[in-house]
Ligand binder design. Structure first.
Ligand code: PMV
Length: 328
């Protein structure tokens, strides 16, 4: 019997970045990654399979969005193939933060959709199967299947079954904060998928990026286990800068930063020199996420709010596992 299901999944920000694919078609990452799930940014999704529908319908933040509907419908095709049925669904999905503003809405979006749709279709899935499913939507989505600190393994197998996410520590292990500086509302100039492909095909730094990632993951695991802020700061910034250096040196170059991004990098280094426990990371966009010890949050907020042209600042802590509910 088909039912209606609801899932709430939180976004995540990578401390050790995923950039590049070892298999385009299966969307398998060339490198592992480690992230922190965010407490206050999430997606809530309900899915209801309905015999009266002849196409999938999506409402994203209460609005119709043709592009997003196509992606969601292709994603549901994977579930229909797996479950061997042909029903279509009504999907209602809401982000409690700006969609497509470089805040990883695709991670929480596809994690919530994977959880709600498999519940609604009554298909029990192992955690590895859910990872594989979420990964087809977005490479960073499996990490949003867990709270706390999460590692996504690149895996070795061709079928990708060992490319799965798992929780390193839950949200009570080491409560860090993130100060997110949104510096533009504009959509990113190039999608991460397209930029990863260009980087893989043309950056002279790509092979070194892949080679050195194993060591970065090892150091980050150790830093998180020992709650060693300086070590995590160093390795997370290194991973972010290497990812962007590889992307920038693709042909044509993929440059996501703007002048405000650079000001925020300098400001974070300045704060750290003064003994404030803070480090930055940047994804495929100009927004800067400053991780910090909770006691440093206010000072960081005050300092960066003096930088011109920052459009919005949002603070959040470390977030929990998703919630899934079934309703008849
Ligand atoms: O999940 P995707 O395909 O949008 O890729 C995410 C890539 C980065 O956000 C830049 C890094 C990461 O690990 O989240």
């Amino acid at each position: 019997m088909f039912t209606k299901a609801y899932a709430k999944a939180h976004t995540n920000i990578a401390l050790i970045k995923y950039w590049g694919k070892r298999d385009q078609e299966r969307n398998l990452p060339a490198v592992g990654s480690i992230s922190m799930t965010l407490a206050d940014l999430w997606t809530e999704t309900t899915v209801e399979f309905n015999p009266q529908l002849n196409t999938d319908r999506l409402l994203l933040n209460d609005l119709q969005d043709d592009q997003a509907e196509i992606r969601a419908s292709q994603f549901l095709d994977l579930i229909r193939q797996h479950a061997k049925f042909s029903l279509h669904a009504q999907i209602n999905s809401k982000n409690n933060f700006p969609t497509s503003a470089g805040l990883a809405s695709s991670a929480s979006g596809f994690a919530a959709l994977a959880l709600a749709a498999t519940q609604a279709a009554n298909i029990p899935m192992s955690s590895a199967e859910l990872s594989a499913l979420a990964r087809q939507g977005s490479g960073s989505a499996p990490r949003s299947l867990f709270g706390g600190f999460v590692e996504m393994l690149k895996g070795e197998r061709q079928d990708g079954q060992d490319s799965v996410a798992h929780q390193l520590y839950d949200e009570h292990h080491w409560p860090l904060n993130v100060v997110i500086a949104i510096v533009t509302k504009e959509a990113k100039p190039i999608s991460s998928r397209a930029a990863m492909r260009l980087t893989t095909e043309s950056s002279p730094y790509y092979s070194e990026w892949v080679r050195s990632s194993e060591r970065d993951l090892e150091i980050a695991r150790q830093a998180i286990t020992n709650k060693d802020f300086s070590l995590l700061a160093e390795v997370a910034e290194t991973s972010c800068l290497k990812m962007h250096a590889a992307a920038m040196t693709a042909n044509p170059p993929c440059l996501y930063w703007n002048a405000i991004t650079l000001n925020l990098i300098k400001e974070t280094w300045d704060l750290r020199k003064k003994g404030i426990a803070a480090f930055f990371t940047i994804d495929a966009g100009p927004q800067v996420k400053i991780f910090c010890e909770p006691s440093a949050t206010k000072c960081i907020q005050e300092r960066i709010s003096q930088i011109e042209n920052i459009y919005r600042i949002q603070v959040t802590g470390i977030g929990p596992n998703p919630i899934i509910k079934k309703s008849v």
